[in-house]
Write a protein of this length. Structure first.
Lengths: 257, 731
């Protein structure tokens, strides 16, 4: 019963959010987290849009971080790509190759410090599906000097807010997240877990997908999304916290545990 | 008038003629000795040679008028402050004036005396009204100045020998190399050769650069002269503070043996910039110069690594941009606390599942506050975290030399509950929290550069990237009018403060020993990440923060003006402050320099000067009346630039009284190196005066015979000799 009430309430909130007017950026809103769905080539609309709205809602409910309730779609070839340093890219199929303009814009986006979360909506059992492989191939054209590497279990991304033990999404894939990074700064996160799929809403209310692990698995996927958002907003701040005790000891401070 | 014979030929020709004549005479004599020539040939030949010589030399009578001139002797009298110390009968300076009188008697009718006072860089014409007031004894530059002037035949220096230049202890060879080229003797008169009974702090020096938070060794040399028994003397080092009592930062004991002691101490200063330290000692009974028991000196404290506390009220892109800049800067050591969850947030997790720690408010803002060089409050509401009770301490921290940057956001400034608090008093802008006031203006706008902003070196890096262009900002905190002395670097294009002036967006201020910055926007990250950021290569945010933190930490690159004392400040003597604008920052139109001098331990009204300056003038000196002994802060503003602070100290005795011992050996060395003599004031009449000079005022050259007569005579004698030789068969 409680679960049903939660689903209905969540659906209602998301519907209200979806209907909310897309106001211009306002004071205090400009630095807010926004999971902007990235569109390239012939992609006409964002996948998992409902999940992105829920992501924003849960981020603001659970943390002090501000978030845009209704993320705006952004095309890779538009200057709007430079309105915020984060974008979410997902699909379940191979798309058309990136155009020269898209490659140039994405390259500048990363050069300025932007970050992209690539979430494979249809991953294979052992790893990336058609979209995941496509995204890796195309992003290799954008960042040719970087190769995907597995994100170590002790990476700060897994403890920016929640302590996340392993990445989980709609699938029960145990493969780690992969990243493209330079000098310790993550440019791209590859997920073969359909993380947003775990929290996507159906148009009629309720969850879009049933999960093998049930609600705990959905909660873990949501926590991973919160952590990714916190990484976007705080960078490796929690690495500092690990180092804080030694830094503070060095200068006579003792941290409150 | 006198007359003598001479020749018209040049001297080289005289030599040639003499040699040729001598050889010809030898030849004639040789012929006679070998009996090849007769005596008549010898006589006629000699006459012919002589006649030819006279043709060449052309004898003449020289009539001249001559006068006898007295030699010029320059007398240099030391007017440094050490000459005010005790001599034999009165001060050393009085002894010097008596020596001058004796010298004038000695030189009467034998030499012309030209008397000057020396002390600073240039000699000053002597006057009986002069007093020993110079903070230095610069003999060397005085000699250089004399070299450029009229020729003198000798120099007499009257001094106690405690000279700054040439420095004591310079080798004989070095002195000779310096004084030899003058080509004249330097005689010295030593006005005193005994040291007074006195305990003194002879010198205070830092043995390395003073770095904030790091103990710096301080070396203090203590002396006891004139047979005063000092034994052990306590030393205290105190830091003079703005508007309050000084605080002790060091203590030591000087065990005086052989009239001197060297004490090594260490002091730790927490904030960057100038500090005035006072080193004092207790002296035993019989101490004759109490003024040199205390020394004041300014210390410039720099930093090895800037220690920054970054506190953010919530994570945003602006917070991330500042953090990324801080972490990328190798000279910054950052401690960060971001509020990731508020009391109203529901994380839906057990604490064990959360990677959160408590915000150690009390530890940070009580005992450890002073360990930071700068604090950044970014979009941070002080109230929920109990920081309100620490705000007075935070304000004191800034007054004492710390730096504060408050960055805008919905939780900052008035919205953060800072209005009416102690912190509001140290911000560059007023915070108005009334029923009619609003905390934020949500309309988009493009900040406008103020004249101060365009001239401020701290914004130079950003201007070099983007010129006058700035990105549009999505609203701003509503800030009040500038506090007195603060500068607005960016302004709102339309909003006004209560005083009718444009509302500041980015403002800076000097606060006591520290500095504060108010940045009323939360879109600073758009300087680096935006379409505007594309044009700056993404470096805009870093350029803004480089300048902002650099200015806060008094990095010379971001100071618009250098303020210095023109000379050491001597208490109760007029003082001059010299202002030098950075290259390119001299005012481009007629402008005004304002400067305030405030005694550190006194909150009364500062001495204020406003001096008009012409366009392009980058350096000027501003005189102030006599200041009492103590530490002072000078705050200067050059045209439209931001305010710069420079602390300095004025001492009664200063370095000149720090060591009251005379140095007759130094005077002897100077005299020896220049072939002069060194005497006491009782032996002034032993000084050798140069010989008088003969000056020719008229000269007339009269030929003994016209040149053609000498030619006929030579031809005649040569012809006769030719005839004689024909007759004797030599031709």
């Amino acid at each position: 019963m409680a679960r049903r009430v939660f689903r209905v309430a969540t659906g209602l909130v998301c519907t209200l959010i979806a209907c909310a007017p897309d106001t211009a950026r306002a004071f205090g809103d400009v630095g807010a987290f926004e999971a902007r769905p990235l569109l390239v080539g012939d992609q006409s609309s964002a996948r998992r849009a409902s999940a992105l709205a829920l992501w924003a809602t849960e981020l603001t409910n659970r943390t002090s971080a501000p978030a845009r309730a209704k993320p705006r779609e952004v095309r890779a070839s538009d200057d709007a790509l430079f309105d915020a340093p984060f974008a979410y890219w997902s699909d379940n199929r191979e798309l058309s190759p990136l155009s020269r303009a898209e490659i140039g814009n994405l390259r500048r986006f990363f050069a300025l410090g932007g970050m992209l979360f690539v979430d494979d909506a249809a991953p294979g059992a052992e790893g990336p599906g058609a979209f995941g492989q496509y995204a890796r191939r195309e992003l290799a054209r954008v960042l040719p000097d970087m190769a995907p590497t597995s994100l170590p279990k002790d990476h700060v991304l897994y403890r920016t807010f929640y302590i996340v033990r392993r990445p989980e999404g709609r699938t029960g894939n145990v493969k780690p997240l992969e990243v493209l990074s330079r000098s310790g700064k993550i440019k791209v996160i590859f997920s073969s877990h359909d993380v947003a799929g775990a929290v996507a809403q159906s148009p009629h209310g309720g969850w879009e997908n049933r999960l093998e692990g049930g609600e705990p698995q959905r909660e873990r996927a949501l926590r991973l999304l919160v952590n990714i958002a916190m990484y976007v907003l705080c960078s490796n701040y929690k690495d500092d916290q690990v180092h804080a005790p030694s830094l503070m000891r060095k200068r006579g401070l003792s941290p409150t545990p | 008038m006198s007359e003598h014979l001479s020749v018209a030929a040049p001297s080289w020709l005289v030599w040639v003629a003499a040699v040729v004549g001598f050889l010809a005479t030898l030849l004639l004599v040789a012929e006679v000795l070998r009996q090849r020539a007769s005596r008549a040939s010898l006589v006629s030949g000699f006459a012919a040679v002589l006649a030819l010589e006279l043709v060449i030399l052309r004898p003449e009578r020289v009539q001249t008028n001559e006068i006898r001139s007295l030699p010029s002797v320059t007398v240099l009298i030391d007017t440094s402050r050490s000459m005010a110390l005790p001599g034999y009968d009165g001060s050393r300076f009085e002894e010097a004036t008596r020596a001058l009188a004796a010298l004038q008697t000695h030189a009467k009718g034998k030499a012309d005396l030209h008397v000057f006072a020396f002390g600073g860089q240039e000699p000053v014409a002597w006057s009986s009204k002069l007093t020993p007031s110079s903070a230095t004894s610069q003999l060397d530059p005085t000699l250089s100045s004399l070299e450029r002037g009229e020729r003198t035949d000798a120099i007499v220096v009257i001094s106690d020998g405690r000279l700054d230049a040439p420095a004591p202890g310079v080798s004989h060879e070095a002195l000779k190399a310096r004084l030899g080229p003058l080509g004249i003797p330097i005689h010295t008169v030593n006005v005193v050769d005994y040291a007074p009974k006195d305990a003194q702090i002879r010198s205070v020096s830092l043995t390395s650069t003073a770095v904030a938070h790091v103990p710096v060794p301080l070396r203090v040399e203590v002396g006891c002269t004139g047979g005063l028994a000092c034994g052990e003397l306590e030393l205290h080092v105190r830091e003079l503070r703005d508007n309050g009592p000084s605080i002790e930062v060091g203590r030591g004991v000087a065990k005086v043996t052989d009239d001197a002691a060297l004490v090594e101490m260490s002091v730790t200063l927490d904030t960057v910039g100038y500090h005035v330290l006072e080193v004092s000692t207790s002296a035993p009974d019989g101490d004759s110069i109490p003024e040199n028991n205390k020394r004041l000196f300014p210390v410039l404290v720099t930093r090895e690594r800037v220690r920054v506390l970054h506190v953010a009220g919530r994570p945003t892109h602006d917070v991330r941009a500042v953090r990324e800049w801080l972490k990328s800067n190798a000279s910054v050591d950052t401690i960060a606390f971001f509020i990731l969850r508020t009391k109203t947030d529901n994380a839906k997790a057990e604490d064990d599942d959360l990677s959160l720690i408590q915000f150690p408010v009390n530890e940070l803002f009580t005992q450890h506050l002073a360990s930071f060089d700068a604090i950044i409050f970014q979009d941070f509401d002080a109230q929920p975290y109990g920081i309100g009770r620490h705000l007075p301490a935070l304000a004191r921290y800034v007054h004492n030399g710390g730096g504060l940057i408050m960055v805008g956001g919905p939780n900052s400034f008035v919205a953060g509950g800072y209005a009416g608090t102690a912190l509001a008093t140290i911000l560059p802008v007023a915070l108005e929290d009334t029923d009619q006031s609003t905390a934020a203006d949500v309309d988009n706008f493009v900040p406008r550069w103020s004249d101060e902003g365009r001239a401020a070196p701290l914004l130079g890096p950003l201007r070099s990237l983007s010129g006058d262009e700035l990105p549009s900002m999505p609203g701003t905190n509503v800030l009040g009018a500038l506090h007195p002395g603060a500068s607005a670097l960016w302004e709102h294009p339309t909003r006004r403060t209560k005083d009718g002036k444009p509302m500041p967006i980015f403002a800076i201020a000097e606060v006591g020993n520290g500095r504060s910055v108010a940045l009323g926007i939360d879109g600073g990250w758009l300087l680096g990440f935006s379409t505007f950021g594309l044009r700056t290569g993404g470096r805009g945010t870093a350029a803004l923060w480089d300048g902002m933190l650099g200015w806060l930490m008094r990095d010379p690159r971001y100071e618009p003006v250098q303020v210095d004392l023109a000379d050491a400040c001597v208490a109760n003597e007029p003082v001059q402050l010299e202002l030098r604008a950075l290259p390119g920052l001299a005012p481009k139109e007629r402008s005004t320099v304002t400067i305030d001098v405030q005694r550190l331990d006194d909150s009364s009204k500062p001495l204020h000067r406003e001096v008009p300056i012409s366009a392009g003038v980058g350096t000027l000196r501003i005189p102030f009346e006599a200041l009492a002994a103590g530490g002072y802060a000078a705050r200067a503003r050059f045209g439209n630039t931001t305010t710069v602070r420079r602390d300095f100290a004025c001492e009664v005795g200063g370095q000149e009284w720090a060591d009251p011992r005379p140095d007759p050996e130094h005077l002897k060395a100077i005299a020896a190196a220049s072939h002069g003599v060194s005497v006491s004031t009782r032996q002034v009449d032993h000084i050798p005066l140069p010989d008088a000079k003969i000056l020719t005022t008229m000269r007339r050259d009269l030929p003994v015979l016209p040149p053609w007569v000498w030619a006929i005579l030579a031809a005649t004698f040569a012809g006769m000799h030719w005839i004689v030789r024909r007759r004797t068969g030599l031709l």
